[in-house]
Design a protein around this ligand. Structure first.
Ligand SMILES: Nc1ncnc2c1ncn2[C@@H]1O[C@H](COP(=O)(O)OP(=O)(O)OP(=O)(O)O)[C@@H](O)[C@H]1O
Ligand SMILES: [Mg+2]
Length: 355
């Protein structure tokens, strides 16, 4: 989606990934196939492009820094910001220092520390991999002591370690996209509600009104300034007793912002590309009556997914070659006179899919 945006903005998108069948490789003419963990591959790619960005935070920041040498200024968000946010420990510290509410947490290294964390946080509590977690892989919720006893502590062997955090009894999950340009303008996208099923985003709808959001987002913009963040960031939130509590930050375009391609004057992808390539963003926020997005989650049952293209919603199909259970294969965007009308439209389009 970033590549498609870049093309329509008049740029020439170049993609570095491992396989020619990767979704982004399918839509660009400048294909660089290679290992993102290989120094020479990274060096050659960085030298070839004017601006470099990433759509996954699972990058090796040390290697990227080494490969970039004097070219680190081409990279947005900066390697420093990526490094800070890709690790839950430093991300949590950043939020705590900025006094932006997030679930209380502590670092855990071994089974004893997990048991101590359970005593300190009390049940239920959550264990999360410090790095490389996604779609719930690397997140474990322990409702009772029995859950913890049943848990295989071998999972603790992840080299980057874990944090334990308090379970937040949320009313609903919310999310918001922010994009900050190089001059410091912050474009704030509408607040949305997201429904997660099996720790995966199932749908989002918006805009959502929340009495604390304006004050909260001003404070959050200050955090973006502090780390001189450039580009789009996804913020996942819990609404609990009318409080906004940060679940996690993602230094990239985000699934909960995909709706923006078909409902706002500027999508999160366009905004990101404008920011990273030095163009300005409008300062402020966008609004729309109602919009929704439903993820198309795969299943092994349909090796060849089929669908009837809806007439009143927009399908974004990623072209992933392997259909796996729960894998994000595409999404549907819809608009309407309210968030619920838009969601109904997107859900009705979903019925035409055999996935
Ligand atoms: N502290 C918490 N309290 C209550 N529920 C939680 C907590 N942390 C995580 N969850 C639930 O687990 C889901 C997945 O957790 P989290 O967002 O941390 O994992 P992830 O794998 O990084 O997800 P993503 O794919 O969004 O990157 C959340 O959306 C939420 O439903
Ligand atoms: Mg999440």
């Amino acid at each position: 989606m970033l590549s498609l945006s870049a093309h329509s903005m008049g740029a020439i998108p170049c993609v570095l990934s491992e396989k020619a069948t990767d979704p982004a490789q399918q839509v660009v003419s400048e294909n660089f196939l290679g290992d993102l963990k290989d120094l020479d591959t990274l060096k050659a790619f960085i030298q070839h492009v004017d601006v470099l960005t990433f759509e996954s935070e699972f990058i090796d920041c040390d290697l990227l820094e080494k490969a970039a040498g004097r070219n680190t200024k081409k990279i947005h968000p900066s390697i420093a910001a990526a490094r800070l946010l890709q690790d839950r420990k430093t991300q949590k510290e950043l939020l705590d220092v900025a006094k932006i509410p997030t679930a209380p947490w502590l670092l855990v290294h071994d089974a004893k520390a997990v048991a101590d964390a359970a005593d300190y946080l009390s049940y239920p509590f959550v264990l999360k991999k410090r790095r490389n977690g996604y779609d719930g892989y690397g997140t474990y919720i322990f409702k009772t002591k029995k859950d913890l006893e049943k848990w295989n502590t071998k999972d603790l062997s992840d080299p980057h370690g874990f944090i334990a955090e308090k379970f937040i009894p949320f009313k609903r999950e919310l999310a918001c996209i922010f994009t900050r340009d190089q001059k410091g303008h912050v474009l704030q996208f509408p607040l949305v509600e997201s429904l997660q099923k099996d720790a995966r985003c199932y749908w989002i709808k918006g805009p959502i009104q929340h009495p604390q959001f304006l004050t909260w987002s001003k404070k959050f913009s200050q955090l973006l300034k502090k780390i001189n963040y450039v580009g789009t960031m996804g913020v996942e939130l819990f609404e609990s007793k009318d409080q906004l509590i940060v679940n996690e930050l993602a230094p990239r375009v985000h699934n909960t912002g995909h709706y923006s391609s078909n409902s706002l004057p500027m999508s999160q992808f366009d905004a990101h590309l404008r920011a990273v390539s030095g163009m300005s963003l409008p300062n402020g926020s966008f609004s729309h009556e109602g919009f929704a997005m439903v993820n198309l989650l795969g299943s092994e049952k349909a090796p060849k997914p089929q669908w009837i293209s809806p007439t009143d919603a927009v399908v974004h199909w990623y072209g992933k070659t392997e259909n796996r259970t729960g894998r994000k294969m595409g999404h549907i965007n819809a608009i309407g006179s309210s968030p619920n009308v838009a969601l109904k439209r997107a859900m009705s389009a979903l019925k035409g899919f055999k996935l």
